[in-house]
Unconditional design. Structure first.
Length: 206
C-alpha cells in the first residue's frame, strides 16, 4: 500500500507516520520510485502498536522506541511481549527499597501462587497503596487485599481470553494495550455502579 493508504487503514496521519519513520519507530517503506514507497501489513501492525503505546498508554516517543526495540529481540516469547507492552516489565530494572509493605506484597504474591517478577512496577505501586491504607487505619495488613487479589485474578483471565486466536506478536501487544488501558475506566465505572446497587440492596427501604 502507499503512504496515503497506510494512513487511512491505521488512522494515523501522514505527517505522524513520516515523523515515526524519522524517529526510528517505523521502518521506511520499500522504494518503488525515487519519491514513492510501498508499505505492507507489517508496517500497519507496527503503526497500530505505536498508536496504542503513545496514544493509549501515554508513552513518550523515546520510550516507545526503546520498547519496540526490546520487543523485536524475541517476538516469539509472548509472555515477555505482553509484559513489555503492558508495563509489567521495566525496560531497565530499578532497585526497590525493602519495606514492610513490600514484604507484605511478597507474602500476598506467595499466598496467591502468582508468578510475578521481583522488579515488577506493580509491586511497588501496591506497596505504596498498602502503606497509605495502613496509615489511615483502613486495613491491618496485606491479608485484607486477598479477596481483591482473587477478583483481579479472574479479571486477568478474562483479559487474556480476549487475546485468543491472535498470532502476530505486534497485533497481540496492540490488542493487549488497548484492552487493558481502555477497559480500566469501564472497570472502575462498573465497580461504582455495583457499589450503588449493593448499597441499595442492603440499606435502602425501596
Amino acid at each position: 500500500m502507499r503512504l496515503a493508504e497506510l494512513s487511512r487503514h491505521s488512522g494515523v496521519s501522514v505527517a505522524s507516520i513520516k515523523y515515526y519513520i524519522r524517529e526510528g519507530l517505523l521502518p521506511p517503506g520499500r522504494l518503488v520510485t525515487a519519491t514513492q514507497a510501498e508499505y505492507d501489513e507489517h508496517h500497519l501492525r507496527r503503526l497500530r502498536l505505536i498508536r496504542a503505546l503513545i496514544g493509549a498508554r501515554g508513552l513518550s516517543v523515546s520510550t516507545t522506541r526503546e520498547l519496540l526495540a526490546a520487543l523485536s529481540e524475541d517476538p516469539e516469547d509472548i509472555h515477555r511481549v505482553l509484559g513489555l507492552a503492558l508495563g509489567a516489565i521495566r525496560l531497565a530494572d530499578e532497585p526497590q527499597e525493602d519495606s514492610a509493605e513490600l514484604a507484605g506484597v511478597d507474602a500476598l504474591v506467595e499466598e496467591m501462587g502468582w508468578q510475578v517478577h521481583g522488579a515488577a512496577p506493580a509491586r511497588a505501586d501496591l506497596a505504596e497503596t498498602l502503606a497509605t491504607l495502613r496509615r489511615l487505619g483502613a486495613v491491618e495488613d496485606w491479608r485484607a487485599l486477598l479477596p481483591y487479589a482473587e477478583l483481579a485474578e479472574r479479571t486477568a483471565a478474562l483479559d487474556l481470553d480476549q487475546l485468543g486466536g491472535v498470532e502476530d506478536p505486534l497485533e497481540l501487544a496492540e490488542r493487549a494495550v488497548l484492552l487493558t488501558v481502555l477497559l480500566e475506566p469501564a472497570l472502575l465505572a462498573l465497580r461504582r455502579m455495583a457499589q450503588e446497587h449493593e448499597s441499595a440492596r442492603r440499606y435502602s427501604d425501596g
